[in-house]
Design a protein around this ligand. Structure first.
Ligand code: G16
Length: 528
């Protein structure tokens, strides 16, 4: 790093002093906090993104969003060149620069890291960072802070992609790095043409019921509603109505995937007229999706089709397809057996895990956070991962895809037999298994980092004695299961409980929330 570069970092960072008395960490999905204290953090993540771009010689993404959090929060996360999350190796550096108290200490950390990573400033390929943000009012000023951080690295450029969903920004970064067109219209085109391909694969004679063509989407009063409005014109055959578009309501307040999944009641703007209709909820940055139906006019209680059910549907279908491919010993002849894995977290409903196990599937458990599930899924030929809250996707290994491609001709002649269109309704889908009753609570404690967990967050090893107290509670409930963990996106400890009845799940969750209070010191607790 030459003197000009060093003085640029010193002078620009002096404009963004860090907040006093706050320690921030790159949590489950980047930095999150009340938007009013994030200027300095976002500026510094701008520096990090430019360095990551130099290190990888690729385009990097920065998304300004706090997703499911309340509207007054905001956050920032980094997207790597592949379109995935920032490599976990760089998270400690993110933590240390976010908390460096002075410009001089910040510069020292940057210099040490640049030397360790062998980052070169020779100008051969200047850094480039794509910036996106959700609809939060604080997004504009944080965007400026990010731009300032990026331009503290000589030659680096920031490209503002405007208000986008998190999946859009990740897709744009990946597309840019592959030399493909990466505008919003290209994204919509890819989604709609993939959708048309899927429709073309439905065997003749198989029809989706008319009522099932209707989909009512809760946009969480966020970015998802606007984008879906742009996309829906090209989704032939699907009648999409969008509510909670943000014109009136507040982001994530009584609406959105997090609310619907945790409360299991209708979001705002939905009511008795929606009985039996397929409905879906997005979250604040539109990277979560859950479905639901309203079974009866007399109550706002919904039948939830959560991430576990989405995972199960994919798992059932892909397992079927793979077993058809092995018919006639085709895969055996090749000596190739595709490894199918499903990845869940401790939040997965126990009934879903049992169901998947009965199907004979290989199941892996990771801590909460897409970054962990994604990494695990990449170990399989076909890795399907979903969190119960609706984040997820399917990964196909390069090896599997090239094997399929090589077999393309053979498969084409059999495709009608392979791709069995099930013609299932949402109720049939939901009936794959019955969820065990569950309850989630959050507890505001003095210091949530005092909770340390192991075994994919199923056991709390700190503070000492807390797990034994939780176990004693669990033992009182048939089919009881319960764990606590510190949230990585909100300043709370989360409690999840399952039991054979709703009353029992509620009671177990409440007792364990009290235990958390006793061991950790309460700041005033709240439910969900
Ligand atoms: C983020 C992560 C998810 C995680 C969620 C809740 O989602 O991407 O993987 O499930 O936070 O995390 P925690 O329980 O640690 O607060 P989002 O939708 O908020 O970006």
């Amino acid at each position: 790093m030459n003197d000009h570069q060093k003085s640029l970092i010193l002078s620009s960072s002096s404009q963004f002093p860090p907040p006093q008395g706050v320690k921030l960490s790159y949590g489950t999905s980047g930095f999150r906090a009340d938007a009013s204290i994030l200027q300095s953090t976002v500026f510094r993540v701008g520096i990090l993104a430019a360095l990551r771009s130099l290190r990888t010689q690729s385009v990097i993404g920065l998304m300004i969003t706090a997703s499911h959090n309340q509207v007054s929060d905001n956050g920032i996360k980094v997207g790597d060149p592949s379109g995935g999350m920032l490599t976990q190796d760089w998270e400690p550096f993110a933590d240390s620069i976010a908390n460096a108290p002075t410009p001089q200490e910040l510069l020292q950390l940057v210099e040490e890291f640049v030397a360790k990573e062998g980052i070169r400033f020779d100008g051969s390929r200047p850094a480039k960072v794509l910036l996106g943000r959700d609809t939060r009012p604080s997004g504009d000023s944080l965007l400026e802070a990010a731009k300032q951080g990026i331009s503290s690295i000589v030659g680096a450029s920031a490209v503002d992609m405007g208000i986008v969903t998190t999946p859009q920004l990740h897709w744009m970064v990946r597309a840019k790095n592959k030399g493909l067109k990466a505008a919003e219209l290209d994204y919509f085109e890819q989604l709609s043409s993939s959708y048309r391909c899927l429709l073309d694969l439905i065997p003749n004679g198989s029809k989706v019921e008319k009522a099932e063509n209707k989909l009512v989407v809760d946009g969480a009063n966020g970015v998802g509603s606007e984008k879906l409005e742009g996309l829906k014109k090209s989704l032939d055959g699907l009648d999409i109505e969008i509510r909670n578009t943000g014109k009136e309501g507040v982001l994530n307040e009584g609406v959105g995937a997090d609310f619907v999944q945790k409360e299991k009641i209708l979001p705002q703007e939905f009511g008795p007229k929606d009985v039996g209709i397929r409905c879906a909820s997005l979250d604040g940055d539109a990277d979560r999706l859950v479905y639901f139906t309203l079974p009866s006019e007399s109550s706002s209680k919904i039948d939830l089709v959560d991430g576990d059910k989405i995972l199960t549907l994919f798992a059932v279908f892909i397992k079927e397809q793979l077993s058809i491919l092995t018919e006639g010993g085709q895969m055996v002849e090749d000596g190739y057996h595709a490894r199918l894995g499903v990845i869940q977290t401790a939040y997965a409903n126990g009934a879903s895990t049992n169901y998947l196990r009965q199907l004979g599937l290989e199941i892996a458990l990771t801590p909460t956070g897409v970054k962990y599930l994604h990494e695990k899924a990449a170990e399989y030929d076909v890795g399907i991962y979903f969190e119960a809250n609706g984040h997820g996707t399917i990964l196909f290994s390069d090896h599997f895809l090239s094997w399929l491609e090589a077999k393309n001709n053979e498969l084409a002649s059999r495709s009608k037999a392979i791709l069995i269109h099930k013609g299932w309704s949402i109720c049939k889908w939901n009936g794959l298994y019955q969820d065990l009753p569950s309850r989630q609570l959050k507890v505001k404690v003095i210091d949530r980092t005092a909770v340390v967990t192991e075994n994919a967050e199923t056991i709390a090893v700190k503070p000492p004695g807390i797990q034994e107290a939780i176990n004693a509670e669990i033992a009182k409930y048939p089919c009881g299961r319960c764990f606590i963990r510190p949230s990585g996106t909100e300043d709370v400890v989360r409690v999840y409980a399952e039991a054979s009845t709703q009353e029992a799940a509620d009671s177990l969750a409440n007792s364990v929330a009290k235990i958390a209070d006793q061991f950790l010191g309460s700041r005033s607790s709240s439910s969900v």
